[in-house]
Design a protein around this ligand. Structure first.
Ligand SMILES: NC(=O)c1ccc[n+]([C@@H]2O[C@H](COP(=O)([O-])OP(=O)(O)OC[C@H]3O[C@@H](n4cnc5c(N)ncnc54)[C@H](OP(=O)(O)O)[C@@H]3O)[C@@H](O)[C@H]2O)c1
Length: 198
């Protein structure tokens, strides 16, 4: 398969690339650090990237930023940023990507545990994550040519908790999280949000 991984240089993206590399052609894309560059917050950047790549069998997005801060401190601009980046960035990867994906191909987006298990400070992140989960359920119904649309909802990733010097006991290693992306790309699921488990 020809698989585009957006966010390929990130903690989760690197593990997804490693997990999917055997037997597949991986096209790694990210904001700055790969030769294929894309800013998912900019629809014209997404369209330009797709036009340069040719046909794909699968698109995985392990990118998408949103701001963690107390609700009272989240500004209009903060909400706009989260909606444009993690939410519409991934929605637009699907909308603009259908015509570039082969029959029976797939899209796999990234939400996160804060959709279903919020915490103080997660209002904007929980909003976009939950929105994405609704989007994949609905988009899967209208996807043409048997194209599948799923999301993966990672829990806290061990490597991220380590980097933040937080308790790693609730974390799952990125390599384990990546298995849910492999299931989405290689399986038959559609319209689902997959929860990685040990
Ligand atoms: N890590 C966790 O514990 C965790 C848990 C639940 C959900 N998630 C979600 O999983 C996703 C990935 O998390 P991560 O921890 O792997 O992130 P990360 O390590 O910070 O990596 C982010 C990746 O996204 C790319 N990127 C950033 N902004 C972009 C943009 N506007 N357009 C295109 N690519 C962009 C980066 O590219 P460059 O390297 O080129 O800058 C990098 O490849 C995020 O949506 C996050 O909310 C993460």
């Amino acid at each position: 398969m020809r698989i585009l991984v957006v966010g390929a240089t990130g903690t989760i993206g690197r593990a997804v690339v490693a997990a999917l590399s055997a037997g597949n052609e991986i096209l790694s894309a990210s904001l700055r650090k790969t030769s294929i560059k894309v800013d998912i917050a900019d629809p014209s950047s997404i369209r330009l990237m797709y036009r340069s790549l040719g046909k794909l069998d699968a698109v995985v997005c392990a990118a998408g930023q949103a701001k963690f801060a107390p609700l009272a401190q989240l500004s209009d601009a903060d909400f706009r940023f989260c909606l444009d980046n993690k939410l519409m960035g991934q929605v637009n990867l699907v909308r603009c990507g259908f015509e570039h994906v082969e029959d029976g191909g797939s899209f796999t987006l990234t939400t996160g545990i804060l959709a279903q298990t919020p915490m103080p400070g997660s209002a904007a992140i929980s909003l976009v994550n939950a929105g994405l989960e609704g989007f994949v359920r609905a988009a899967a119904l209208e996807a043409p040519r048997n194209i599948r649309v799923n999301a993966v909802s990672p829990p806290w990733v061990t490597e991220t908790l380590q980097a933040l010097k937080m308790d790693v006991s609730q974390g799952l290693p990125a390599a384990v999280v990546a298995r849910a992306y492999v299931r989405s790309v290689t399986g038959t699921d559609t319209g689902l949000t997959l929860q990685p488990s040990p």
